[in-house]
Write a protein that binds this ligand. Sequence first.
Ligand code: GLC
Length: 573
Amino acid sequence: MSTPAANDRTVTDQRSIDPSATERDWWRQACVYQIYPRSFADAGGDGLGDIPGITSRVPYLKDLGIDAVWLSPFYPSQLADGGYDVDDYRDVDPRLGTLADMDELIAALHDAGIKLIVDIVPNHTSNRHRFFQEALAGGRGSAARERYIFREGRGENGELPPTDWTSMFGGSAWEQVEDGQWYLHLFAPEQPDLNWKHPDVIEDFETTVRFWCDRGVDGFRVDVAQLLAKDLPEDTASLPSQAELDAMDRTSGTHPLEDRDEVHEIYAGWRAIMNQYDPPRTAVAEAWVATPERRALYARPTSLGQAFNFDMLEADFDAAQYRRVIEENLAAAAAAGSSTTWVLSNHDHVRHVTRYGLPPRNGDTRKGGNSWLLSGGKQEDVDGAGGLRRGRAATLFLLALPGSMYLYQGEELGLPEVGDLPDEARQDPTFFRSPGEDVGRDGCRVPIPWTRDGVAFGFGEAAPHLPQPESFGELSVQAQQGVDGSTLELYRQALRLRRDLQAAEELQWVETGREDVLHIRRPGGWSALLNTGQQPYPLPAGQVLMASAVLDHDQLPAQAAVWIREDEQTPQA
Ligand code: GLC
């Protein structure tokens, strides 16, 4: 067997965890499991997942070995954007349960040693939110309109939108109301953007943050955290065009719509509240910004404390790309005093086993982490087996890194994207506003299969709100539980071992002499290797702890990852 070359170097040695700070710093290396509540478990039997459904599955979550749950929005909502259009931030959608059900869920998770992070959506409310209803009723020039971004239209009678800006879901970013004024919505028309210069908005969200902290949640995931602060002239004629916006610098904190420096004043207010609790509540920013340095601003302890690193959603299964992403993100997070996050899948992106079954993107990020599958690609062209093999290897390798890991429900089953949902089943506004050109994100939101057969594969007793394909039966929890080599058992074993093995946030690269093989070493004498190439790679001497694929004697096969406790370590350079 080969011995690793001696030119090791430590690329990050940020700080060891002080055991007395473990409770306060639980999030730094946590494994967080995202639940999209309407698609997890349906206890109410109406085809929509709900809070009691999640509570009933806490034993499963405990057994899986996660540290925390991140719950996507469960608030009252007309579901114009899967719940990211919130009517009331301090209540529960009656179809999903009640505040008492949330209290029960929090208690059940805490009893199982699992923390809870809830999603908070501060850039926009829904158009049914009290503030927006008051803005409509108050009329032009009213104080209530000031809480949103209303402007006069262009054209002789103001019949044209104030600008040519397009919303993230396609179509105009402005919607006209009855009296002729227009309001800004960077997402769907049902999601009017708030005016964060308004004291009522600031105060109301601080009340919401306190409300959930008091109820016992451990942290927040902050939706599109980079968009809240805006600086737009009152006068329509002075608003920039889309082309002008596109040409503006996004790295100086002065863009009129995105990632403005003063957004951190808002989060400093939240941080002050979150720090009043013991342990302090955590927050993670969803911040799509121009550079890792700009992202790190959200991760500072004086701001939200952690920020999502989405680079793995855009990287191919490629060792060189992985190494670059890992080095950049560990360094940026460390410089901010935070830890990074690893994300392979979430509710907005094509599931990673499917992404890895598609041709490499080679840096083409036009679809922001999505792929041609979303714009008319064919499901039958996906290399399902290859994608699963690469997906398992990727997960095992990323679980070996310092930082926290965010898993998306169903990835532990190796669930693929459901690319061929019938048009009439689709719910995502992207599909309707593109129109039809981009099939949207429903394919990763199909309800979880719990059993091999039965109505909705054990998800609930009614037809689920998005149809599940037949293939889900064999991917169900029941089909994989206790089965050696299944994806579910791979995740369970890895999460269990990860807990025992991770001590300090240190990582050392071991040079492999191969561009397509990565080898990292962590404290405690263990190593992880990833082979993204086609040729096997000789394993270093040691005890194999686990592997993403069957090993061929002392070789790491193509497109696989392994964890090893090495016999003898090369001294650090
Ligand atoms: C975030 C959410 C996404 C939602 C959007 C608007 O990107 O993850 O699901 O559509 O914000 O709230």
